[in-house]
Design a protein around this ligand. Structure first.
Ligand code: ATP
Length: 576
């Protein structure tokens, strides 16, 4: 077709004549004239953004360039030697990444097939990238489909790439400077570019979803694990957090997708996801669709957070006590250092936070010595002397719940420690050091340094702890359903790790199969009670309880007379 014939055809289309062009091309021609005021006979040079504008466009598209790179590279290898050039443009049509054959670089630059060229329709007229941005569909704009006479030798095939919220993020374009006459010669290019775009979307969704469930879908079991067609990202309750474009057909047309529950569109609930994991035969992982069809599913469980831990896991006796929790990491780091010197340590924290366990780990990490543990509640001086009689040489003396030590034993303990300087005391308490009612001399013999364990509800490694405790207490292949896991992660845990252990033991016993369901979990001990405020200053506790001593006693887990005693000691005035 000559330039003149091309211009005449555009005029016919503007007059409403059907000339056999694809309808999206005719619609674009009309926009070029009627909306952008373009003239097909003008040979405008390619639109190239300035270097600093290109830097800005590339910066904003950085994540997409990263996600698309390996896909572009493998696509470029597939078409190597066939004179194709690959462009990745941002959603505005500016080329932010490029693969082309060095031999044709001058021709490519001249045609605008290069970094920084702007292929939006309002600047470049009908073209692959521009039409793809407008239609949001894959398109081939072949030779004289282009609006301007300057581009009618090119053949451009472009596919949109969407972000996980459904917005257009980029366009992947494969172009030829010169192409064979029939448009269908580009069918293979179309299939290559749409598959590459799908893989980029998939890679991007996977990268975003490390902490969530991903359900990958395919209509054929053979490709499910290697090259799935679509994927959705789900939270622990099965709500959609993100999706690849191809997953859109699962959802009702026009409706919102983000936030929908997966069981509203597919015949499965979030609790079925573990059954779709890779350890099951692909053919068994069938998902029924609401329209009666079926798909194959591959569920990928959330991965552990990838933060850098201050205390490497598995390092010494302290290593297995925490996951990625900053407060625990700091405590364990200090504990590991203090374990090496025989200074007495006071370990504080709410009940069940693992004070005794930490004390044992400190003992293990220090120089070899014998170990004796005593519960301080009701411990008489005689019982203490008897227990310590057999201890010879360097020894660790664990004193649990030192706040309950009777006054007479406190005096005897000071004397015992004075007599035996090879005894290293490690004392635990649920009270803050300032609230301990120990005789001063004893306090200073026990609290050479203080380590405070955080309550479980403040720890960021709860998920890690759940997995670790489950791994130790349940048979190998037992796991939590996602909703059961979400419930556990949402609880307050006033009894801390001890309570978590008990809840898991009950759930393991109640579970029918190898999956612990939400209904297998015992109810929280007291969902309405606020967590014990072991280390809250007494005055604040009293204020919070309206100076009601019984209420304050319940809140601190002690009896009324203890509250009265503490108020007197602190010089506070109890209410009538
Ligand atoms: N880091 C941990 N990892 C796994 N299990 C733990 C951890 N810390 C504590 N536990 C378990 O939690 C339970 C309570 O721990 P521990 O007895 O050390 O708590 P505590 O703070 O000394 O409690 P209390 O003050 O009530 O005596 C124990 O069964 C212990 O094995």
């Amino acid at each position: 077709m000559t330039d003149r014939q091309h211009v005449e055809e555009i005029e016919q289309v503007l007059e409403g004549t059907q000339t056999g062009r694809d309808s999206f091309v005719s619609a674009s021609w009309r926009r070029c004239v009627e909306v952008y005021g373009m003239d097909p006979t003008r040979r405008d040079p390619a639109h190239i953004v300035t270097e600093s504008e290109l830097r800005d466009h590339r910066k904003q598209a950085e994540w997409m360039i990263g996600a698309a790179r390996s896909s572009l590279l493998s696509l470029f290898r597939q078409v190597a030697g066939q004179n194709y050039v690959l462009l990745l443009t941002d959603a505005k049509g500016v080329c932010v990444d490029f693969f082309g054959d060095d031999l044709f670089m001058d021709g490519l630059r001249g045609a605008g097939l290069y970094l920084g060229s702007n292929w939006s329709e309002d600047l470049a007229g009908t073209c692959g990238v521009g039409a793809c941005i407008v239609t949001q569909e894959p398109v081939t704009v072949h030779q004289d489909d282009h609006f301007g006479n300057a581009h009618t030798t090119l053949s451009c095939t472009a596919a949109p790439i969407f972000d996980t919220l459904g917005g257009l993020a980029a366009v992947l374009d494969i172009s030829l400077l010169r192409s064979p006459m029939p448009k269908r010669s580009q069918n293979l290019a179309m299939s290559l570019v749409t598959n590459a775009a799908r893989r980029v979307e998939m890679a991007n969704l996977m990268a975003e979803s490390r902490r969530d469930w991903v359900l990958r879908l395919s209509s054929s079991p053979e490709f499910l694990d290697v090259d799935p067609e679509a994927a959705v990202r789900l939270d622990g309750s099965g709500r959609v957090l993100g999706y690849t474009r191809a997953a859109r057909r699962l959802f009702p047309d026009g409706g919102a997708i983000i936030g929908q529950r997966i069981d509203e569109v597919l015949g499965l609930t979030v609790d079925d996801l573990p059954d779709l994991m890779r350890d099951r035969p692909t053919e068994d992982r069938i998902i029924e669709m609401r329209d009666g069809g079926a798909l194959f599913g591959h569920a990928i469980a959330p991965q552990a957070p990838r933060n850098i831990t201050r205390m490497p896991r598995g390092a010494g006796p302290m290593g297995g006590l925490a996951g990625d929790d900053p407060a625990m990491s700091l405590v364990l780091e200090q504990a590991a250092k203090l374990a090496r010197i025989p200074v007495p340590l006071l370990i504080t924290g709410e009940t069940g936070t693992g004070k005794a366990k930490l004390a044992r780990a400190i003992h293990m990490a220090g120089v070899p010595r014998s170990f004796l543990a005593l519960d301080c509640a009701g411990l008489s001086p005689e019982a203490m002397q008897r227990a310590c009689q057999g201890v010879t040489g360097p020894s660790t003396l664990l004193l649990r719940r030192v706040e309950d030590l009777p006054a007479t034993t406190a005096v005897a303990l000071s004397a015992l420690l004075d007599r035996n300087d090879s005894l290293r005391p490690l004392a635990t308490t649920c009270l803050a050091p300032a609230q301990l009612e120990l005789p001063r001399p004893l306090f200073h013999r026990l609290a050479g340094a203080t380590l405070r364990l955080p309550p479980l509800r403040q720890r960021q490694d709860l998920g890690w702890l759940v997995d670790r405790l489950l791994g130790r207490r349940a048979p190998d292949d037992m796991r939590l359903s996602p909703s059961a896991r979400a419930v556990l992660l949402g609880r307050q845990w006033p009894g801390n790790i001890r309570e978590l252990e008990q809840v898991l033991d009950v759930a393991i016993a109640l579970a029918e199969g190898r999956v612990i369901d939400q209904t297998d979990l015992p109810a929280p001990i007291d969902a309405t009670a606020s967590a014990p405020a072991a280390e809250e200053p007494l005055e604040e506790v009293m204020e919070a309880c309206g100076w009601n001593m019984s209420r304050a006693a319940r809140r601190l887990g002690v009896n009324r007379s203890t509250i009265l005693r503490r108020l007197r000691r602190a010089g506070l005035q109890p209410s009538a």
